[in-house]
Ligand binder design. Structure first.
Ligand code: F6R
Length: 248
């Protein structure tokens, strides 16, 4: 595990994009795992810039997203489909046939989860998975208590997560109750992990992730076991660390 502490959100985003772009150039048909949320937004903007200005080519790249709400159509502005197309895919030359986001509208959600795992296997696994981290240490929708060996499955959202999202939906009733998420075991099989954390609100989760014992109660701690995990952390998110992690 490599922890790289950088000044701020811009700095971690630019470094993250550099790592992704390096892989895309070296292996044009690589498999990238994407996350939604605020953490990777600037990284995506930087990839868009590299596509426009430097011709970074995504035409052969396959993508898998971590998660999606159950019951939201792709056109819903809070769906993760919508997020990914608005914030990245429509601005780069990704081939829509190679884009995978769990289908939250699938009739048979269990079958959809199995299919998702099979697709990841079929393409040879994820080369690089981008991750954010929740304030409680969640990764994807794997909230505290999730099995560390879990696979892609349906999860009930916690009341706290639903309340936190209510502002985006108008009222609590409209907030989805379930999501499809890659499991922790699925995420751990990616060849490389790139976890981004920015801001004081993430400081406790980052301290637990780097310095705490591995525990299902803080799912992100499992990255300690990963062979090629890079944590890009800004100074605010690193502010509670006690060990002198690599500063570069
Ligand atoms: C998003 C996801 C979530 C977020 C996490 C952090 O696909 O899987 O686990 O990465 O909630 O969210 P932000 O980046 O908005 O702080």
């Amino acid at each position: 595990m490599l922890a790289s502490i950088r000044a701020d959100y811009d700095a971690i985003s630019i470094e993250g994009a550099r790592i992704v772009a390096e892989l895309v150039r070296k292996k044009p048909d690589c498999v990238l795992g994407f996350a939604t949320g605020s953490s990777p937004l600037k990284l995506y903007q930087e990839l868009i810039r590299m596509h426009r200005e430097e011709g970074l080519d995504f035409s052969k790249v396959t993508t898998f997203n971590l998660d999606e709400y159950v019951g939201l159509p792709p056109s819903h502005d809070q769906s993760y489909h919508y997020f990914m197309w608005e914030n990245l895919f429509k601005h780069i030359n990704v081939d829509s046939r190679y884009v995978h986001i769990p289908a939250g509208m699938a009739d048979d959600i269990e079958e959809q989860c199995e299919w998702y795992e099979e697709r990841i296997d079929e393409v040879g696994g994820i080369d690089l998975q981008i991750l954010g981290i929740g304030e409680n240490g969640h990764i994807a929708f794997n909230e505290p208590g999730s099995s560390l060996g879990s696979r892609t499955r349906i999860k009930t959202l916690t009341e706290k997560t639903r309340q936190g999202n209510a502002r985006f939906f108008g009222s609590m009733d409209q907030v989805p109750k379930y999501a499809i998420t890659m499991g922790i075991g699925t995420i751990m099989e990616a060849w490389r992990l790139l976890l981004l954390a920015s801001g004081k609100k993430k400081a406790q989760a980052i301290k637990d992730t780097l310095e705490g014992p591995i525990s299902a109660m803080v799912p992100a701690t499992i990255v300690q076991m990963h062979q090629h995990a890079t944590l890009l952390i800004d100074e605010d998110a690193a502010s509670m660390l006690t060990v002198d992690w690599q500063l570069d």
